[in-house]
Structures are given as C-alpha cells and as structure tokens.
Design a protein around this ligand. Structure first.
Ligand SMILES: C[S@@+](CC[C@H](N)C(=O)[O-])C[C@H]1O[C@@H](n2cnc3c(N)ncnc32)[C@H](O)[C@@H]1O
Length: 273
C-alpha cells in the first residue's frame, strides 16, 4: 500500500480512526445485528464485507455464520487489513479471508456470495455505481446486498442550534466531495441497484435523536474529536476553530435541554435477480 493511497482516503487510516471505527460499530451494533437478521444472514452464509475497515463487523459476521459459513473482508488500507488479521488470530476465527485491494481498481474476490455488507464506503469511492456493478457480479441469484449509507447528511444538527458544529458539518461534507466522494450516496443507490441486476427489497431511514447520556452519543461526538484533528492536518481549519467546536460540543453535553439529531443513514437491502 503506497502512502499516497493511504492519504487519499479522506478520514485517514491512523490509529485514532481505527479506534473511532470501533466505537462507531459498537454504537450501531444493535441496529446492524437486527438488519442482518432481517436480511437473512445466518449459520452457513457466505458474506462479503466490502470496505471492511479494521474488521469490527467482519468479526461479528464470522461469529454469526459460524464454522460452516465464510466471511471475506476486502479493504484497501494496510493498517486496517493488519487489524483484521490480528482480530482473526486473537479470536481464533478460521472462517475469514482478508484481501487487501482497491475497490475501484481491482476485481472483487470470486463469489458467489449469499450476502454482501457495505457500510459507509460508497460515499468515499470515486465511482460508487462501479462498485455496485462489481458486487452484483459476485452475488448469487437470490443473494442479498445490504447497505448502510448516508441519505441526508445535513440532518446532523444540534438543538438548541450550535453554529460552530454546523460549520464543522459543512467542512466535513466539503472535504468528502473534494476527495471525490458524495455523502448522500444512499439516495442514488436504489437506481444503481436496479440497473445492475438487483430488486430493492427495502429502504428505511435510520436516524436518532440523542442526549449526551445515550450510548450512541459517543459515535458522533468521537467523530468530531478525531475529525477536527484530521481537518487541521488537511489545512482546512485552524486551532481556534477546533477549540470553538470542542467548547460547543462540551456545552451541548452539559446544558439541558440539549439534543442531537444524527445524520440520516439509509438501510437498503436488495436481492439479486
Ligand atoms: C468509514 S470506513 C467504514 C469501514 C467499515 N465498513 C465500517 O463500517 O466500520 C470506510 C472504509 O472504506 C475503505 N475504502 C475507501 N475507499 C476504498 C477503496 N477504493 N478500496 C478499498 N477500500 C476503500 C476505507 O479504507 C475505510 O476502511
């Protein structure tokens, strides 16, 4: 993995981001487990984990499909691939394969897969429809592609309103777009799926209204802390602005009443026809 490839992924692949993805997975875990169950993932399933990150979902999937099933994780970052390998080893999982590859430039591993799981990846790649096409090629007829992608990122708001946090959100959207991604990719996904051999079985919004004592609060809160450093590293914001955002987040955590509406995620499940 070249340093430039590691760098062109807008969120970064450093250790703080690796840990953040763990917090994020744990916050979303009940929603995700329910989604997988409804979609039909079970003992013996063969599942492709697309853009698996450090493999938090990979490990859960491996436990669900059991020794008779298989999970194939694909990921471009060597730092994250190493994290997946070490999790597999620590947990003695014998039903996981890991491939270090670029979803845009490389072929996906041969299927056929019963399921694919793709979360917060289409929003970062330069040609998300191409990725849908590749997923379609390796999915068996009757198999299901499952996605969690943003559908309306600007639903992410604090109330009472916090101006610096809204400005932070605008920076996030701008940097993703400058890096060739599109936060609200979920909106186009049903059309791409239909054009590429799938029937969309369900699409549902996943959005939460949180207070700071809710477990899920730490998901966006930690994203703010880690991504402020990333935005500074990218030269997009200065230390003064970062401090203002941190102070506003701390106020939102302390003052009552204070709520956060999360960025809307679309859960989409499609069946290969
Ligand atoms: C926000 S993370 C989500 C990780 C994981 N799906 C999860 O939900 O925890 C996005 C992931 O997509 C990977 N990614 C982005 N562009 C990629 C590409 N072109 N090829 C392979 N992986 C890519 C990143 O390295 C990162 O691990």
């Amino acid at each position: 993995m070249s340093q430039s490839k590691e760098r062109d992924y807008v969120l970064g692949t450093h250790d703080e981001e690796l840990a953040r993805l763990g917090v994020q997975h744990r916050a979303w875990r009940p929603v995700v487990l329910d989604c997988w169950k409804q979609a039909g993932i079970t003992n013996g399933s063969r599942v492709l984990d697309v853009g698996a990150g450090p493999g938090y979902a990979t490990v859960d999937l491996a436990e669900i499909v059991g020794p008779g099933g298989r999970v194939v994780a694909v990921e471009r970052s060597s730092n994250f691939v190493n994290a997946i390998k070490s999790a597999i080893e620590t947990q003695s999982l014998s039903n996981v394969d890991v491939h270090e590859l670029d979803l845009m430039n490389d072929d996906l591993p041969d299927g056929p897969f019963d399921f694919s799981w793709c979360r917060w990846v289409l929003c970062f790649v330069s040609d998300p429809e191409l990725l849908v096409k590749k997923i379609s090629r390796v999915t068996r007829r009757g198999g299901r592609a499952i996605f969690h992608e943003y559908g309306h990122y600007t639903t992410w708001r604090f109330f009472p309103q916090r101006a610096s946090l809204e400005e932070f959100r605008s920076h996030v959207i701008a940097t993703w777009r400058e890096a060739g991604g599109e936060p609200d990719t979920g909106l186009q996904l049903p059309s791409w799926l239909t054009k590429n051999g799938f029937t969309v079985r369900m699409a549902a919004p996943r959005i939460f209204c949180l207070q700071s004592n809710d477990y899920m609060w730490q998901w966006p809160a930690q994203f703010i802390h880690v991504h402020l450093l990333r935005l500074q590293e990218l030269g997009r914001i200065d230390a003064e602005f970062a401090d203002k955002v941190r102070a506003d987040l701390a106020a939102a955590e302390k003052e009552k009443p204070s709520f956060m509406l999360t960025p809307l995620v679309l859960e989409i499940v499609a069946e290969k026809v």
